[in-house]
Design a protein around this ligand. Structure first.
Ligand code: AMP
Length: 402
């Protein structure tokens, strides 16, 4: 048996710090917590472990202070997760953008921090917060290895024909404009686990992962290596999402901007925050449960939004089957993919031309890892709940336990 180690997983937003503590390689979650409203008037920390809740309400000036509170919470004698922070062997950080620098997770040093900083342009909301989290951990627990797990790393395996846009090449050279893909940690986890779970050929298995949540993306991979993915330079491209438009004719933007006298930032805000099923449904909701309910109550626009969402998933799956000249397994994950039984059924019915047959009884479940296709289906369809935290723990453990 490999050495058992405790890994801390950290995911920092601009005003939040999410964390979890896991024992690896046992994949045992020991506890988790969330610090919110960092830098605001009143901050909040909530930690859950062993059925006990630990809470703090106080002003939390910055991520460094947040990390100090997390250390106190983790080691609380009554409601804590561990006895001493010395038990932690390594810290894994979710980092949004690794630009063209990183094809995989990496132990953080000065060069890695510089690269994360160099990518502020590409991930302006997340990368600065991710770096703050890393520096807060370095200050709070000096000497411990920190590992960066990039959301873009999985997509870096794509070939040029998939990642280059058909725009003048100078923009790629000058600004690194290309398809990066996001949700990479989820796509990596689900595609790798699917290969093991369904006993597929680890070198050649063709797998499509449908990560359908509030943010949604699809990836195609061969032998666990990404060959294409639907998100692009930013998470705006591809599928219709809760509030994001996904693919749109770029000329539409100029047309609307001229008519409505909008700046580029205002237009992008509309595409990111007011579009998707929220926009298409005429403002019903970005939450797919509300959209489903409105459809049942006869709301036509909600019905169209759902149809369009599913239609786009089916189109992407078809494109990726063509791109790979086949598919061995199609996986569903994230909020909608794991819970919306009806959406999975309709998507799979659209794919009957591939010889896919869904097993209605097997599909009648939420959030449980299982094959949901019939035994005689030509392609395996797998419900495989994603676990980005676990993937961060796996990478951190592997990189620091060599
Ligand atoms: P995520 O971003 O992965 O957390 O997914 C959030 C989305 O999953 C929200 O739009 C939820 O409405 C959706 N979701 C959660 N449960 C269900 C369900 N039972 N049916 C349909 N959508 C669901």
């Amino acid at each position: 048996m490999a050495d058992s180690k405790i890994i801390l997983i950290v995911n920092c937003g601009s005003s939040s710090l999410k964390y979890a503590v896991m024992r690896m390689p046992e994949r045992e979650q020991l506890g988790k917590g969330l610090v919110e409203r960092i830098g605001l008037e009143m901050g909040h920390l909530e930690q859950k472990a062993n059925g006990k809740v630990y809470e703090v309400n106080q002003k939390i000036e910055n991520h460094k202070v947040a990390m100090e509170l997390v250390m106190k919470a983790m080691t609380d004698s009554e409601k804590g997760i561990i006895k001493d922070t010395k038990e932690i062997a390594a810290i894994g950080h979710r980092v949004l953008h690794g630009g063209q620098y990183y094809y995989d997770s990496i132990v953080i040093n000065g060069d890695v921090k510089k690269a994360i900083r160099d990518c502020f342009d590409l991930g302006p909301l997340h990368n600065p917060a991710n770096l703050m989290g890393i520096e807060a951990c370095e200050a709070a627990m000096p000497g411990l290895p920190n590992v960066a797990v990039f959301d873009t790393a999985f997509g870096m395996a794509m070939p040029e024909k998939a990642y280059l846009y058909a725009i003048p090449h100078e923009y790629y050279e000058k600004y690194s404009i290309r398809r990066y893909g996001f949700h990479g940690t989820s796509h990596k986890f689900v595609s790798n686990e699917a290969i093991k779970f369904a006993n597929l050929d680890p070198k050649n298995a063709k797998v499509i992962v449908c990560h359908l949540g509030n943010g949604a993306s699809i990836s195609a991979s061969i032998g666990g290596k990404c060959v294409d993915t639907s998100m692009g330079l930013t998470p705006l491209e591809g599928l219709i999402m809760g509030t994001r438009s996904g693919d749109v004719d770029p000329a539409v933007l100029q047309f609307i901007m001229n008519k409505e006298k909008l700046t580029p930032d205002q237009m992008l805000n509309i595409l990111n925050k007011k579009s998707g099923v929220l926009g298409m449904s005429g403002g019903v909701s970005s939450d797919f449960r509300d959209i489903n309910k409105a459809k049942e109550e006869g709301n036509h626009l909600a019905e169209v939004a759902l149809d369009a969402f599913i239609y786009r998933v089916v189109k992407y799956v078809g494109a990726y089957v063509a791109a790979m000249n086949g598919v061995d397994a199609i996986c569903f994950c994230a909020g909608v993919g794991e819970n919306d039984i009806q959406a999975r059924k309709i998507i799979c019915e659209h794919l009957s031309y591939l010889g896919i047959k869904i097993d209605d009884k097997a599909n009648n479940v939420r959030g449980e890892r299982r094959v949901i296709s019939a035994p005689d289906s030509k392609v395996k369809v797998i419900l495989l709940p994603t676990n980005e935290e676990l993937q961060i723990a796996i990478d951190t453990y592997e990189l620091t336990n060599k």
